[in-house]
Design a protein around this ligand. Structure first.
Ligand code: CA
Length: 572
């Protein structure tokens, strides 16, 4: 193991041991291809048809500044080994909007290769060509797959963000750009990357993995379902697998929380100041009450609701009987929470997306940032508005609504009526978002035949995608495959964790080693040790470790030993 690791990783001996066990071996399965290895500078001459390299360079071991991350911000730099770095464009074309499009990719191939391929999933609506260093799942994982010897690729998914608030979503006006974003760019990038890897090392990758969170988690599910032979294992964290519907939920939430905000603050334009919907103290009151009701259901009062499926919390208990005080929530606040957590319904009364669970992380900065934001003015900066509403209006709806006023769009959206647009088609857009964006099929026969493994993670306090919706997908797999499901798909829920990371949770864990051990050694993950990071400001028990357990098992205290140590807990 030559990888340099972040201090927090060095402290996490359990994680380092796991990396040593799985991450640093090499895999030797690929059949050598004819011809000598092609040096980095020569790769432009061997690219597959329809692909053009725009960069090839050898990069020495050291540290690189990451694209799209503010210099100086935490995680703005990444360690890299000596590697060959190429960037290229696939299927360059002009869209129906007259703009240039291409599937851009960034591929990094380490000099000391472990024989494996790692596809780094994207996020949001993509549109930025990030550095393919092999970002890992969970919080605070500044180690990366490239350092572990993987060849890593990343794609911008077929478009680049344009400037302006609506710039990231303008690609939604081009039908092919929608399909590229939904599935095609990952398939094309995977195909080209494998060809370049085979040429550079004179040997194809022995094993291939797709790892992503949020939209990257959706991409992982997409690859397993639509391109079942391309990857041997995937990690789908907090998967955005029904994101058009989750975006409807986001708009619904904005309407509910705007009503609560209207009681507290109106901006000069008369619209509610969304960030005033709940004070930080209100949210802390809510999660304190959740813990009062549900923490001990797992047998141990430790600030973690392990038995969240049994938690029957309702915010009604907090409804003010008189004026608002620090010990209660207004009727409008309680109604907003109750309706939001029940989920929106269509004109026929059917659930549009999902219900949600009340958990201990609802006061976390990550949760409130998505729902309310912290802007005090007329334009909210909640991610539900700046990302989810923009994507719903311009990318997921047919026909698209072109707007830069996402807050206005959310407030004026008719949830029961307008949500049908995510399933609509027309002459310009012959496929709906539910067709090109949503990998929700329980049919993974081909992936299973190939021996593929799917590893899911999901924070119980995720504000964007409901953990219950991911459970629902696992339930559908179980309906189809019965006990065989455990041999191909496992879900690890993380109580207290927000979206991908954060929240009062043990959010630092090594999912990649668990997946690699499963795929290459046939050892399915029975428990994955996770740690509460001291640098996570939502954490009140720094250094605590817990086992994450495969659904439907839950972490349980054995009755003796330190409650800060995972060794004192089993998966029951
Ligand atoms: Ca507990």
């Amino acid at each position: 193991m030559t990888a340099r690791m972040h201090p927090s990783w060095r402290q996490a001996a359990f994680a380092a041991a796991a990396l040593l066990a799985a991450g640093c071996g090499s895999v030797d399965r690929g059949t050598p291809v004819a011809g000598a290895p092609v040096a980095c500078a020569g790769l432009a001459s061997v690219v597959p048809a329809g692909t053009r390299l725009v960069l090839s360079e050898t990069v020495p071991a050291g540290e690189i500044q990451l694209t799209g991350v503010q210099p100086g911000a935490p995680g703005s730099k990444a360690p890299v080994p000596a590697h060959c770095h190429v960037q290229g464009k696939i299927a360059e074309r002009t869209g129906i909007d007259g703009k240039p499009y291409a599937i851009g990719f960034d591929l990094r191939m380490p000099a000391d290769w472990n024989g494996r391929f790692f596809f780094q999933g994207g996020g949001g609506t993509d549109g930025t060509l990030r550095d393919a260093v092999g970002q890992l799942t969970g919080g605070g994982n500044t180690g990366n797959a490239l350092m572990q010897g993987y060849a890593v690729v990343f794609t911008d998914t077929g478009h680049l963000d344009e400037p302006g608030p609506d710039g990231p979503y303008r690609f939604g006006l081009d039908p092919q750009a929608r399909l590229d974003n939904g599935y095609n760019s990952m398939a094309q990038t995977g195909r080209v990357a494998k060809a370049l890897i085979a040429a550079h090392y004179a040997k194809p990758p022995g094993r291939s993995y797709f790892v992503g969170c949020s939209n990257g988690g959706r991409q992982a599910m997409m690859m397993a379902q639509r391109y079942p032979d391309m990857f041997d294992g995937v990690i789908a964290s907090a998967p955005a697998y029904r994101v058009p519907l989750a975006s409807v939920q986001a708009v619904y939430d904005t309407q509910l929380y705007a009503r609560a905000a209207a009681e507290n603050a109106l901006a000069a334009d008369g619209r509610p100041v969304l960030s005033a919907a709940f004070s930080p103290a209100d949210m802390k009151l809510l999660t304190t009450e959740v813990l009062n009701r549900c923490d001990a259901l797992d047998g141990l009062k430790d600030g973690i609701v392990d038995n969240w499926p049994a938690c029957r919390f309702t915010p009604e208990a907090l409804r003010c009987t008189g004026a608002k005080t620090a010990q209660c929530l207004t009727g409008t606040q309680v109604d907003a929470l109750s309706k939001s957590f029940a989920g929106p319904r269509d004109a026929n009364g059917r659930a549009i997306y999902s219900d949600w669970t009340f958990d201990a992380g609802l006061h976390s900065t990550e949760w409130t940032r998505w729902k309310f934001g912290d802007a005090r003015g007329a334009v909210p900066n909640a991610r539900n508005i700046t990302l989810m509403t923009g994507a719903l209006a311009m990318v997921f709806s047919t026909p698209p609504t072109v707007t830069a006023d996402f807050y206005g769009h959310a407030l004026g959206y008719d949830v029961a009526r307008d949500s049908a647009k995510v399933s609509a088609v027309d002459a310009t857009f012959p496929l709906s978002a539910m067709q090109w964006e949503v990998p929700d099929s329980p049919d993974v026969d081909a992936f299973a035949r190939h021996g593929g493994k799917m590893l899911f993670f999901h924070g119980v306090s995720d504000p964007v995608f409901s953990v219950k919706d991911t459970v629902r997908y696992l339930d559908r797999l179980r309906e189809r495959y019965g006990e065989r499901t455990d041999g191909m798909a496992r879900l690890f829920t993380v109580p207290g964790m927000a979206h991908c990371s954060g929240g009062p949770a043990t959010d630092q864990y090594d999912g990649l080693s668990a997946l690699v051990n499963w795929v290459e050694k046939g050892q399915p993950p029975e428990r994955i040790v996770a740690r509460a990071r001291p640098e996570n400001r939502d954490v009140t028990t720094p250094g605590r470790t817990r086992p994450l357990c495969p659904w439907p098992k839950q972490s349980r205290y054995r009755g003796s030993g330190s409650i800060e140590d995972a060794a004192s807990f089993g998966c029951n």
